[in-house]
Design a protein around this ligand. Structure first.
Ligand code: MN
Length: 204
């Protein structure tokens, strides 16, 4: 198989009490696992595509055969988004108070708090399923955006932007613990953001 489900970089219960172990188990094993299986099925007759990274596949969907474009968009997007998401979660990483990422956040939003507030609002405003992102735009500035389903800002139709923080707002990401309270989930997520990972993505 061309693509593999990456192991979680921590135990299922590592993000308790903010994200519960059962949610992590189902989310990683069943949801992310399903995207990987379906992506492999989509490219199985196209060895030249299966040789590409999942990021390469989703960046330019128009280059793909029409018959697999939607499957790669949904499942390749799902694979890329979740692989990034797991790496971005960790308990106990302090929020930046200086450095290049901090300076860029203050320049774009005024303060860390203002950025978090705008991020939560964008996540709440996403109707149905999708993601909320902190991205680097074409001018090198930070922006917040939201995408539907498993779309990713690196896809050409969003301008090929660089996501440095992505949060899953599909119900499967929070429903067991937070039920319909997406706002509470989005507030809680700040306790488990791995700012070292975000800063690294910003600087590379
Ligand atoms: Mn998900």
């Amino acid at each position: 198989m061309a693509y593999e489900l990456p192991p979680l970089p921590y135990p299922y219960e590592a993000l308790e009490p903010y994200i519960d172990a059962q949610t992590m188990q189902i989310h990683h094993g069943k949801h992310h696992g399903g995207y990987v299986t379906n992506l492999n099925n989509a490219v199985k007759d196209y060895p030249e595509l299966a040789a590409k990274s999942p990021e390469e596949l989703i960046r330019d969907l128009s280059a793909l055969p029409e018959g697999i474009r939607t499957a790669v968009r949904n499942n390749g997007g799902g694979h890329v988004n979740h692989a990034m998401f797991w790496q971005q979660l960790k308990v106990g990483v302090p929020e930046p108070t200086s450095g290049a990422l901090y300076d860029a956040i203050v320049a774009a939003f005024g303060s860390m708090e203002a950025m978090k507030d705008a991020f939560e609002k964008a996540g709440l405003a996403r109707f149905g399923s999708g993601w909320v992102w902190l991205v680097v735009n074409k001018d090198g500035k930070l922006e917040i955006m939201s995408t539907p389903n498993q779309d990713n800002p690196m896809m050409a139709e969003y301008g090929g932007l660089k996501p440095i923080l992505g949060v899953d707002v599909w119900e499967h990401a929070y429903y067991l613990k937070y039920q319909n309270r997406r706002a509470d989930y989005l507030k809680a997520i700040w306790n488990v953001v791995n700012w070292d990972d975000v800063a690294h993505r910003f600087s590379t």
